[in-house]
Design a binder for this molecule. Structure first.
Ligand SMILES: [Zn+2]
Length: 482
């Protein structure tokens, strides 16, 4: 049973935004006004870095880089594309990716990594450390492997099946190079389960457990139908999200003498209607979408347990707090008015992440250099390299996205493309570009300094922006009735 709550205003807002020119993180007039100073300072920061100069310098001829990239290419074509195909054809949904993790861990062990499977309380998370790690810079690679939950069973319609092989090609090529050249540096591969699922937010859990501590850079790849890179700044693809479950308890009774019980399903239904009734008091960009996951077992028994699962979204996390409070209060009111009780579980959250041009423009130049197709000329919206924002707001990094399908994400067509030329080509380009960027990061101290300067600068500006938003989202004073 599904019940969606939307306003037509949301759609109008989205259309206006699409016509407004270059992609911006700020989606509302209020946000744009609050961000004015911060965006000016960010433009000055970007100008001071001379990113085009950095790109030109790093992507110039370098036989050392070419050799490492050639090794990553060789690993992909001789072994790792086959491993990607194997995982593609054996899909496992989030937190059940045992076979996929075993295959990736086996490969890493054979290439001189020590692998710990089961990390931060997550059975299918892993950390693989190169056995000859030699201090900083600490290069980290994030890989995912969960399939989508489809009506016909699990399927790799988002091509996470290739992320492990892509990341491992770059990790092994760089690890071998560090050893061969006696260069300082370390390589760690992080297996992060369940990208498509929460709870829990695997990356947030892993961040809180300190799993990524000490990394100087994190890279990751992801399938796409168009080669792109984000603009520098803070933002997210799909708004800030709170995942919240509302579980109502009542008391059972015969439905013909329902006054002897308390109906938990009525509590859930009131929750939905209470949210609808306060729509006008919530800013129109909010998206509040829920479904009823439990609604009773039989029509002649008063349901004594019912549950609703919500994703509550707003473009920024500051106003999102107010929206979520509205929904929580709608649930409490629903319980009070129906004589039931409600348990509120804030089980997950996705937040803005940080993207930096010093990494994204260099990575983008390499994707083009190695033959990426369907290249979008302009940078997209600022966004982190992972979906939760919890990692990308703490550690600089980049997600590599060269075209690996002709179809949109989460489709059977994208699944089919994973084992075809378009998929194999895109995955190989991602592996090569990822390797080249890690090589540059490891070999150029002044580049690391530029990345650090940009990242910490944007972190500070992001904090300033959030403080500015706190000032504009004041709640009205509601006096006690006389
Ligand atoms: Zn995905």
């Amino acid at each position: 049973m599904t019940h969606r709550i939307l306003t037509s205003l949301t759609l109008v807002g989205t259309l206006l935004l699409a016509a407004a020119g270059p992609a911006r993180a700020q989606e509302t007039d209020t946000e744009r006004q609050a961000a004015r100073d911060v965006l000016q300072k960010m433009a000055a920061l970007e100008k001071s870095l001379d990113v085009p100069g950095i790109v030109n310098k790093l992507t110039a001829a370098d036989p050392g880089r070419d050799a490492v990239v050639a090794r990553a290419h060789e690993l992909m074509t001789t072994e790792l594309l086959a491993l990607a195909d194997d995982i593609t054809t054996h899909p496992e949904i989030g937190f059940q990716e045992k076979r996929s993790v075993a295959a990736l861990a086996d490969y890493l062990r054979k290439h001189d990594f020590t692998v710990q499977v089961g990390v931060a309380g997550l059975d299918t998370a892993f950390i693989a450390r190169y056995n000859r790690n030699n201090g900083a810079p600490n290069l980290g690679v994030i890989v995912e492997y969960d399939a989508l939950r489809g009506t016909k069973g699990a399927f790799h319609g988002d091509q996470h099946s290739a992320q492990g092989p892509v990341g491992i090609a770059a990790a092994v090529a760089m690890a071998e190079w560090l050893t061969k050249t006696h260069s300082p540096g370390s390589v760690t591969v992080f297996g992060t389960p369940g990208e498509e699922m929460m709870p829990p937010n695997a990356k947030t859990v892993m961040t809180k457990a300190g799993v990524f501590n000490g990394m100087d850079i994190l890279v990751r790849s992801h399938s796409t139908s168009a080669t792109s890179r984000p603009a520098p700044g803070f933002g997210t693809c799909c708004m800030n999200i709170d995942g919240v479950k509302y579980t109502f308890s009542g008391a059972p009774a015969h439905q013909l003498t329902a006054w002897n019980g308390r109906n938990a399903l009525e509590g859930v239904i009131h929750l939905f209607t209470n949210v609808d009734s306060v729509r006008a008091s919530i800013r129109p960009e909010a998206r509040i979408e829920g479904n009823i996951t439990e609604g009773g077992a039989a029509p002649n028994v008063v349901p004594d347990r019912a549950q609703a699962d919500f994703y509550i979204r707003y473009p920024d996390e500051v106003y999102l707090r107010q929206v979520t409070e509205f929904v929580d209060n709608a649930a409490k009111a629903a319980a009070l008015s129906t004589g039931t009780k409600v348990k509120i579980d804030h089980y997950g959250q996705n937040r803005d992440g940080i993207s930096v041009a010093t990494l994204s423009e260099v990575g983008f130049a390499y994707m083009k250099k190695y033959g990426a197709t369907n290249v979008l000329p302009d940078p997209g919206k600022p966004q982190g390299y992972e979906e939760t924002g919890s990692v990308s707001r703490e550690i600089p990094g980049l997600g590599f996205t060269s075209q690996s399908s002709y179809a949109p994400n989460h489709t059977y067509e994208m699944l089919a493309d994973a084992t075809k030329e378009v998929g194999h080509h895109g995955f190989t380009v991602d592996a090569e570009a990822m390797t080249a960027l890690l090589y540059d990061f490891a070999t150029h101290p002044e580049y690391r300094e530029a990345v650090h300067k940009e990242f910490t600068g944007i972190q500070a500006l992001f904090a300033e922006y959030l403080t500015d938003l706190e000032k504009v989202y004041k709640t009205p004073n509601v006096p006690d009735p006389q």
